[in-house]
Each structure stands twice: as structure tokens, then as C-alpha cells.
Design a protein around this ligand. Structure first.
Ligand SMILES: [Zn+2]
Length: 370
């Protein structure tokens, strides 16, 4: 039975459900508090729950909230999985670490980015000064953030963006949106140092993952792709055993980031995947075999998502004096493009998330001993 009661529209309710699910299976929660508060003065924290043998050599890490607002759906997947633990036990030598709302500020404020306007999924670059070099972003930046929420002025910026997109060509426009280190107030910004959530992740890995031999990561996202379908994407390099294992576990219903790059004609896709959280974990655990994976649950078309994202960017750049109802409408719209309030969508998500978890648990359990 699929229980859609695991879904929430606010961080606080999602967190309560997650903590309750942990309590129902008598597991302790390791919470790390954030200094900032949510829009209704809610306390913000990252919560981690470890399931299974702390000495197990195989660990599955499931993360929600890398892209803030997308984390409400990730939270539902995590709570649903925890709740079913009453009926199923983990195989020998397999443990699971659930990390709830790694970017709690973004989840609570219904933003994709964090408290520093950083896209956490671009923040795991080396921070040696070079950053993500993306000359195309500078060409679209001024049109990406509208100067007005609606009316004629908004229409003018939207038209200007459409024009530059047409001029650059679709491939270049898409590359422009892959990440950048040049505009701290812009979209897809990498940050110039590891942000709070990045440091918290490291701390959690130091506590729970350092001694593991095989680690499979599932970072939960929503937005891109076919409505309701959860596409598994793996960021390991071609020819590596980790990529082959993932293929064996997930079959044809899996893609790799290299394939995505080729599909869209990106010249050097790895320059952009380098900053992703799932690749960051691989760098943080150099002694383990790490399968860097994620699930992307599709919602609506990219243009619809981008329109909501641009209104959100307007709100934070220019909208501090906007009426309360405008602010709420923008937050509501952003939530809806990342978590459609539709029964069919939510059923598809929980079904698929449960399936991928089962495949991962069985897959990692059946790997030969190292
Ligand atoms: Zn995402």
C-alpha cells in the first residue's frame, strides 16, 4: 500500500514525519542545527539516521534536500522507506545512512539554493581558485533574473532572454545553465568555499562512512525528465567497476552523466559534474568504492520550471518589499513545479523510490567480498 501521508509541503512537517518514522523503528537521530531559521521562525537542522550494523562494510547513503525545495519529495521517500523497515530487515553486512534535508534552509524557504545563494550541487569543486569556468553564463545572466515579477517589464525581460537563447543556440544555452563561479548573485553558483551543508556532509561521513569498503549514494532530486518517472543517473566514469555494478543493479532503466553530456552535445561535461554532491562524496571517501548515483523524478517541462525559478530569483534580488501574498505565491509556485500536488505523481515517486532502494540493497549485498 502506498501511503501518500509521507508527503508534506513544509520543512517542519516533513521533519516531524521523518523523526516520527525513525522513532517508530526505534532508531536514534543525529541532528546538526543550522544557525538560521525558516520563514516561520522554524528551527532548521540536518537529521541523520543510521540503520543496521555500524561495522557493516557496505553502506547506502540516501540524501534529500541537496536542491532545497526538491527535498520535500526526498523526505517523503526517506520516511516511506524507514516506515517499511518494520516488515523487512537489511541483509548481512549492509547498512543505510539516511541524511534528511542536507540543505535545510533551501527546503524550508522553498528555494533550490542554500542560504548563500549557492547551488549545493555545484559546491563540491576543489575550491583551489579556478572554480567552474563557464563563459556562456555571463551572456545570459542579466536576462535570467527579471527586474519585475509581472507586467510589461517582466514580458520585456522574458523576450530578451528568449532572444539571447535563440542567438546562442539551444546547446550553448543549456551549457550556460550547468554551473558558474563568476556571479555570486546568479543562478547555478558554485560558491567560493565549501558551504555549511558541505561541511556537515563531511562531518557525517567522518562519523558513519570512513571505514566502509563499498558505498552507494542515492541523491534524491525532482524536476528534470518525464512526469513522475524516477530516472537513475550515475556519475562514475565509463569503464569503472562501480559503473558496471550500477548497470547490473538498475538495468537499462539507468543513465550515466557521460551519456547525458553526449546527448546534449556538451564538450566537457565532467567540468560541470565535478561540483556535484555525489562526486564530492567520492572525493571524501578515497579508500572506498563509491557508486555516485541519484534519482531525478520528472515533473514539468524545463521552461515551466525555469519561469518559477526566475520569479524566485526576482524575489530575492528585488522583491524584499513585495506584498506578502506575492512572496507566498512565488514560494507556492516553486514548490509546485518541483513537487506536483497530484496523487498520481506522488504514487509514481514512492513506488519507484522503493524499487530503486530494493535494487540497491540487493545489489550491494550480492557484491563479492573485497
Ligand atoms: Zn535537483
Amino acid at each position: 500500500m502506498i501511503n501518500l501521508g509521507h508527503f508534506s509541503t513544509s520543512y517542519t512537517v516533513a521533519r516531524e514525519k521523518f523523526l516520527k518514522a525513525a522513532e517508530s523503528v526505534e532508531l536514534p537521530v543525529h541532528s546538526i542545527s543550522h544557525d538560521l531559521l525558516g520563514p516561520n521562525n522554524e528551527v532548521l537542522a540536518v537529521d541523520a539516521v543510521h540503520v543496521g550494523d555500524p561495522e557493516a562494510t557496505r553502506l547506502i547513503i540516501v540524501i534529500s534536500g541537496t536542491h532545497g525545495v526538491e527535498g520535500l519529495t526526498g523526505s517523503a521517500c526517506q520516511s516511506a522507506w524507514l516506515s517499511q523497515l518494520q516488515q523487512t530487515a537489511l541483509p548481512d553486512d549492509v547498512a543505510v545512512l539516511l541524511i534528511h534535508a542536507i540543505n535545510p534552509y533551501g527546503v524550508a524557504w522553498h528555494r533550490r539554493v542554500n542560504e548563500d545563494n549557492v547551488d549545493l550541487n555545484r559546491n563540491f569543486i576543489s575550491h583551489d581558485g579556478s572554480g567552474i569556468c563557464n563563459p556562456y553564463y555571463a551572456q545570459v545572466h542579466e536576462f535570467m533574473i527579471p527586474t519585475a515579477y509581472d507586467g510589461e517589464e517582466r514580458v520585456t525581460t522574458d523576450l530578451a532572454l528568449a532572444e539571447i537563447r535563440n542567438e546562442l543556440g539551444e546547446d550553448v544555452f543549456q551549457i550556460a545553465t550547468l554551473g558558474q563561479s563568476s556571479h555570486p548573485d546568479g543562478f547555478y553558483y558554485s560558491g567560493d568555499k565549501p558551504v555549511w551543508s558541505n561541511l556537515v556532509l563531511r562531518k557525517l561521513l567522518d562519523t558513519y562512512a570512513l571505514k566502509r569498503k563499498t558505498v552507494s549514494v542515492i541523491d534524491l532530486h525532482t524536476g528534470l525528465g518525464a512526469y513522475g518517472y524516477g530516472l537513475v543517473g550515475i556519475a562514475n566514469d565509463p569503464g569503472t567497476p562501480e559503473l558496471q555494478w550500477a548497470r547490473d543493479w538498475y538495468g537499462e532503466a539507468m543513465t550515466t552523466f557521460v551519456e547525458v553530456g553526449q546527448l546534449f552535445g556538451y564538450p566537457d561535461y565532467s567540468a560541470y559534474t565535478d561540483g556535484m554532491l555525489i562526486c564530492g562524496i567520492r572525493k571524501m571517501l578515497p579508500d572506498a568504492s563509491v557508486i555516485s548515483g541519484g534519482i531525478e523524478f520528472g515533473t514539468y517541462g524545463p521552461d515551466e520550471i525555469q519561469a518559477a525559478e526566475r520569479s524566485d530569483a526576482w524575489l530575492y534580488a528585488h522583491g524584499s518589499n513585495a506584498p506578502q501574498e506575492t512572496k507566498e505565491a512565488i514560494r507556492r509556485d516553486l514548490l509546485e513545479v518541483y513537487q506536483p500536488p497530484k496523487t498520481d505523481w506522488q504514487e509514481m515517486v514512492l513506488t519507484r523510490a522503493g524499487q530503486v532502494m530494493r535494487q540497491t540493497v540487493n545489489g550491494i549485498a550480492n557484491l563479492p567480498l573485497r
